[in-house]
Design a protein around this ligand. Structure first.
Ligand SMILES: NC(=O)c1ccc[n+]([C@@H]2O[C@H](COP(=O)([O-])OP(=O)(O)OC[C@H]3O[C@@H](n4cnc5c(N)ncnc54)[C@H](O)[C@@H]3O)[C@@H](O)[C@H]2O)c1
Length: 463
């Protein structure tokens, strides 16, 4: 590792800026966000006295934004100890990180918050160093819970175990990409300094897949992207979107949100899909379904949302028209083949401003790539708004509570939250929007055989 920082050095925190102005800015925005996060605030209120997460040591790997700050402080209020790293090199809001480290009522000289390791614009080496720090409690223990967006923290533990079992870490030069090489270097240093730090097991712990809660995937993925996709494109490029031809790659939850977002700006939208059901949905929603290669030279905007690898290859980017905008809101960093683009003979990268690059081909044509192919809604804008994140993060907190309090009910494997908790998350957000829910009468409850207090739908219901 070459961060210039010790791997197991008890570094207390590492954020960009702990000036009073930055801390105060972060705190003001956290307070605004709290008002928009009724789910988290209700959970705080409910558990103010009993502190059900006492004894929990949570390692978090999740975008270090203002909304995440509210999540972290909710976990603290519930009694947990927390260490945090971002799950993306560009998504950290430095004022959020500063305010969390300072803690409520604290400042740079009197830090009252948890350890955070995150800043906007980390290198990959720094990123994985930060992730490792989030695991390393000052007393040398690890976490007993992991809150992981994207799986990098989980990957690190599992790769660590794999290497310890094999008795060796693969040489970084043998890794198939730059990021794996960085992970190998980190693990080589870690296993040398602390043999046995990564413990035994294959899947080491039960996990709850929060993404599969309805109040996460049908809300954050759709309505969050509806808000934050055009926010990112506009902040990044200032290009007028109306009338432009936009290709949305993938029409799952995020793709639907992306299409709604671009439709709100009156783009002309076409969709690519591999799944006939999603393709038919796109058609029913009024979008033409095409193959990328058929529109690649005429479209103005390309947005990947598939969760899949290399859906835009360099062979596509070569054919795009001048200043075509290329961005991703799907999987972290490999939907767009950035390595292939960088290896294109004669290509030049011109940085226009942070997270906006013109890539100039040998023949002089150029395309604009946002956030180096990583999530542009977080890199070029501030991610999803607080209200929708309240729903996602209420799921996160309930999952931590489940695993902490009822661990024995969860066998090794990946689980989803029980339906009544999913419904509870939605319920917590209704008042804020002035909703008045209808209550089943006993007669109606009997007639449709659904309990008056829910769950209202079977697990198979698709919403
Ligand atoms: N940017 C964000 O803030 C954000 C928020 C939520 C989720 N996500 C990520 O977005 C990704 C998608 O999530 P989702 O909930 O929409 O998943 P999903 O499974 O509902 O949708 C993905 C869709 O892509 C399609 N697809 C797969 N390969 C394709 C290809 N080669 N060409 C065209 N279509 C293809 C699938 O058929 C599917 O319909 C995930 O990686 C998720 O982690 C990002």
């Amino acid at each position: 590792m070459n961060t210039g920082l010790p791997l197991f050095g008890n570094v207390p925190h590492r954020v960009a800026d702990l000036s009073p102005e930055t801390i105060a800015f972060g705190r003001r925005e956290i307070e605004l966000a709290e008002h928009e996060m009724p789910g988290l605030m209700a959970i705080r209120e409910r558990h103010a006295a009993d502190r059900p997460l006492a004894g929990a040591r949570i390692t978090g790997s999740l975008h270090m934004t203002i909304q995440t700050a509210v999540l972290i402080e909710t976990l603290l209020d519930l009694g947990a100890e927390v260490r945090w790293a971002s799950c993306n090199i560009y998504s950290t809001q430095d004022h959020a990180a500063a305010a969390v480290v300072a803690g409520r009522g604290g400042d740079a000289k009197d830090l009252r918050g948890p350890a955070v390791f995150a800043w906007k614009g980390e290198t990959l080496t720094e990123y994985w160093w930060c992730t490792a720090q989030a695991f390393d409690w000052p007393d040398g223990r690890g976490p007993n819970l992991i809150l992981d967006d994207g799986g990098d923290a989980t990957l690190l533990v599992h790769k660590g175990v794999e290497c310890e079992r094999a008795g060796a870490v693969p040489a970084p030069e043998s890794a198939e990409n730059e990021e794996l090489a960085v992970i190998c270097s980190l693990l080589a240093a870690a296993t040398e300094e602390r043999p046995g730090w990564y413990r035994e097991g294959s899947l080491l712990f039960p996990a709850i897949n929060v993404n599969d809660s309805v109040t996460k995937s049908k809300f954050d993925n759709v309505y969050g992207i509806r808000h934050s996709l055009v926010d990112g494109i506009m902040r990044g490029t200032d290009v007028m979107l109306s009338g432009k031809l936009a290709v949305v790659l993938g029409y799952g939850e995020v793709g639907k949100g992306a299409a709604q977002s671009l439709a709100g700006q009156k783009c002309r939208i076409v969709v690519t899909e591999v799944d006939p059901i999603c393709a038919l949905q796109a058609l029913m929603d009024g979008y033409q379904v095409v193959r990328l290669e058929d529109v690649v030279d005429e479209a103005d905007i390309f947005v990947t949302t598939t969760g899949n690898v290399r859906v835009i290859g360099v062979e596509h980017m070569r054919r795009m028209k001048r200043n075509a905008i290329v961005g991703n809101v799907g999987h972290f960093d490999n939907e767009i083949d950035m390595a292939g683009l960088a290896a294109e003979p004669g290509i030049r990268r011109q940085n226009i401003k942070p997270q906006v690059d013109a890539w100039i081909f040998a023949d002089g044509r150029q395309i604009l790539v946002l956030s180096e192919g990583r999530l542009l809604n977080l890199g070029n804008a501030t991610g999803h708004p607080s209200f929708v994140m309240s729903s996602s993060f209420a799921n996160q907190v309930l999952a931590q509570l489940e695993l902490h309090q009822r661990r024995e009910d969860y066998a090794l494997g990946v689980h989803v939250l029980p339906k009544h908790l999913d419904e509870e998350v939605a319920r917590l957000h209704l008042d804020k929007l002035g909703a008045r829910l209808t209550r089943l009468t006993p007669e109606q409850s009997d007639y449709i055989d659904v309990p008056v207090d829910g769950p209202y739908k079977p697990d198979t219901y698709r919403y």
